[in-house]
Design a binder for this molecule. Structure first.
Ligand SMILES: Nc1ncnc2c1ncn2[C@@H]1O[C@H](COP(=O)(O)OP(=O)(O)OP(=O)(O)O)[C@@H](O)[C@H]1O
Length: 724
């Protein structure tokens, strides 16, 4: 024994083989170091001088006797043991054996981060140092860390997470995914990604010939790692319900993992010798403990030749742990589904609520208020009553008192296609107020029809769209899509719907056009055959990210994504807002062509668009349908009414003259004495009005006049006026 070790050498008692506090199936880490340069010896000496209280040195044990070394360490309460094979001024060959605390801390460290860099810290030194020196190991670790980042499947996986976190319910609808589908897909992708990362490390370890990476050790690692991967992904899934942005989520995950992964792991690391093995198995609800336990078993099998049965059963109860992990996973799945409010089954009452207000005097006098509404209600009620009712409870539900139901009639007998919105009411309740966003809405939308829902801001259009796609529960009523009720067949219904919500909510800023189409195609359940890149003339923009597209092209991409799942019903919520007239026309032309066999429900603020492209429309004011029917029928209500803007001031005699000719002209507004806004009610003699105005213009009494409002616009303004 050299001078170096003389002062450190502890004479170990001979024949002391029983009652070791640290036994072979504890956490073990083993560092084999081979120094063959003089300066390394110096470093080693420095290290030992500093840490002289913490280790034992033995020159009677070699690197093949690590088991015995740990036994000696156990006896003396040391954390580091050094078994010396050879020592000279130039060369040290030996093995460092590190006891549980240090290794557990490393394991804990891994848990705080989802990033592979940390995972490499654990396995790589152990595996690589067996073969190479310290420097090579370090280089290898750095290289590995970078390769992991490069190989991480950022694209779909990341967008998937983002969609979940940002509550992109429309993505679920785009893709026709059910809530279960959505979670299973996300967790499968995430879990397998984490597992793949663990596997890469195991394989590398095996290639380097690390003993703890032997195939028998894998028996301990692989099932645990697989289950741990899903435990972690499900915990992420649950946490996502409490975050709105990725940053938010990363912060929450960091805090959560420190509290629930790192702290227990650190505590476990310090007290692992004293934690009963059975308790450790039960603690596997915390992934750190499950990992520690399996790594411990793997080490024992690989390094210390513990038999598999001993390692699994009596030693660390690994089989029990695996069963418990499966139970925990089932529990986490249940919690994840329970917490996710993205798609909700409605169990509301069927009968109308009492929120509808009776018409005021002003509304009664209006020729447009209430137009077509009674007829629509009757049609919707008849259709709903005629649904093939099989269950007696459903009969009670329709004819009896209010009653909660969980299922609904399966099919219409009378027209099973299209969308039937029956008595739908929705309130938003806050501490301060209750907003009745939809009040007993009844609409029967025919198959292959383009149906418009029009109304001012905040009138309840989006709420209605969300109710149809089930992103919003309803307080009363039912929605039946192609014969299937959202109350009973919501999963089936949802597959039939594609939606574009406002502000291109389904797009991801960082994804390119091609990536969007690929992403939606990859997750949808009923992929369309159509080449949307070509159909929507998106080729020249295919490599642009969504954030680089102009508003019009974004809208096109949103619609293309919504159509990827080949939906029967397409819901378009203000898809042309911010789109110029030419682009708007192009988009509608395209939609009419592609969606010939689809039913479209669209909302818009552009009345001209509604008039030109929609077959029927319903006006919604304060949550209530106040006028509905074919666009032409509604326009005809105002056939003889026109609005004019006159520059200059018409004399009173003009109004009298017109009255005598049977034309009622009302002067609604005088703007700065120079502009008059006229509303004229003619019979079939509108040209008489124009003749007179021309004469006034020729005599320079007025400067000019022009028609300001189309008839359809007037309907809208009149409705707003009487509903104020
Ligand atoms: N999540 C919510 N919580 C509380 N109130 C809401 C919520 N969503 C909508 N509202 C309220 O419900 C009413 C109807 O809103 P909705 O978004 O359906 O109207 P809209 O007709 O689509 O409006 P816009 O044309 O501006 O998009 C509004 O008064 C709105 O403030």
């Amino acid at each position: 024994m050299s001078l170096l070790f003389d002062k450190l050498y502890i004479i170990l008692p001979s024949n002391s083989t029983d009652n070791f506090p640290i036994v072979v199936n504890q956490q073990m880490g083993e560092y084999a170091l081979q120094y063959n340069k003089s300066q390394d010896i110096q470093e080693l000496q420095n290290f030992m001088d500093i840490h002289s209280n913490y280790y034992l040195v033995s020159d009677s044990l070699s690197s093949n006797d690590t088991k015995d070394m740990t036994d000696y360490m156990g006896q003396h309460g040391a954390n580091i043991g050094i078994a010396v094979d050879e020592f000279s001024q130039k060369k040290f060959v030996g093995v460092f054996v590190v006891s549980s605390i240090f290794f557990s801390m490393l394991a804990a460290h891994m848990q705080i981060s989802n990033k592979l860099v940390y995972i490499t810290i654990i396995a790589m030194p152990l595996a690589a140092q067996e073969k190479f020196g310290l420097l090579q190991t370090f280089t290898l670790m750095i290289t590995m860390s970078f390769s992991f980042i490069i190989f991480s499947p950022q694209g779909y996986f990341f967008q998937f997470a983002k969609a979940r976190i940002e509550g992109r319910k429309d993505v679920v609808a785009f893709a026709g995914l059910s809530k279960l589908n959505w979670h299973v897909t996300w967790n499968f992708l995430t879990g397998m990604l984490i597992f793949a990362q663990y596997m890469i490390l195991l394989i590398i370890g095996a290639i380097f010939g690390a003993r703890f990476c032997s195939i028998t050790s894998w028996l301990a690692y692989i099932p645990t790692l697989l289950l741990v991967s899903f435990q972690v992904s499900l915990i992420c899934d649950i946490l996502q319900n409490f975050c709105n942005t990725m940053e938010n989520y990363e912060q929450l995950f960091g805090t959560f993992s420190s509290l629930f992964f790192l702290l227990p792991a650190l505590a476990g690391g310090f007290f692992i010798d004293r934690i009963p093995k059975l308790l450790l198995a039960f603690l596997s609800i915390i992934p750190s403990f499950a990992l520690m336990n399996s790594i411990s078993v793997g080490f024992n099998i690989g390094y210390f030749n513990t038999s598999i049965s001993e390692g699994f059963m009596s030693g660390n109860y690994i089989l029990l742990q695996l069963v418990l992990q499966i139970v925990y996973i089932a529990l986490l799945v249940y919690i994840a589904l329970l917490l996710d409010k993205s798609l909700m089954k409605s169990t509301s009452k069927i009968q109308p609520t009492n929120v509808t207000e009776p018409p005021t005097e002003k509304q009664k006098q209006s020729s447009v208020y209430g137009f077509g509404v009674e007829k629509m209600i009757t049609h919707a009620h008849d259709a709903y009553i005629n649904i093939d009712i099989k269950e007696t409870d459903n009969k009670k539900m329709l004819h009896g008192d209010y009653q909660e139901i969980d299922y609904a009639p399966q099919t219409y007998t009378n027209g099973s296609q299209g969308v039937l919105i029956y008595n739908v009411s929705k309130d938003y309740k806050s501490k301060k107020q209750v907003i009745h966003a939809n009040k007993n809405v009844n609409l029967l939308i025919n198959n292959n029809e383009i149906f418009g829902v029009l109304g001012p801001n905040g009138s309840g259009k989006t709420t209605l769209c969300k109710a149809v796609m089930m992103a919003q529960t309803i307080d009363s009523g039912d929605i039946v899509v192609n014969g299937l009720s959202i109350r009973s067949d919501f999963k089936e219904v949802q597959k039939k719907i594609g939606i574009c919500l406002q502000n291109d909510a389904g797009l991801f800023e960082e994804l390119t056009v091609t990536e969007h189409l690929q992403f939606y195609k990859a997750i949808c359940t009923n992929p369309s055959e159509i080449d949307f890149l070509a159909q929507f003339q998106l080729e020249e923009h295919k490599d642009k990210r969504a954030k680089e597209l102009s508003g019009g092209w974004k809208r096109r991409l949103s619609v293309a994504c919504a159509l990827q799942n080949n939906p029967d019903i397409l819901i378009l919520d203000e898809i042309t807002s911010g789109v110029d007239a030419v682009a708007r026309e192009e988009l509608w032309k395209l939609l009419k062509e592609i969606c010939r066999d689809k039913t479209i429900i669209a909302t818009t603020h552009t009345l001209h668009e509604a008039q030109t492209y929609f077959d029927r429309v319903a006006f919604i004011m304060n949550g209530q349908i106040v006028c509905c029917g074919k666009v032409d029928d509604i326009t005809n209500l105002y056939k003889n009414k026109i609005c004019l803007e006159v520059r200059g001031l018409l004399p009173k005699s003009f109004f009298q003259e017109m009255k005598e000719l049977g034309i009622i002209v009302e002067d609604n507004q005088v703007v700065g004495q120079r502009i008059q806004m006229l509303e004229a009610q003619c019979q079939d003699n509108v040209e008489v009005l124009f003749q007179h105005l021309n004469e006034y213009q020729e005599h320079k009494i007025i400067e000019s006049f022009s028609i300001t409002q189309r008839q359809f616009d007037q309907v809208f303004y009149e409705l707003i006026r009487v509903c104020e």
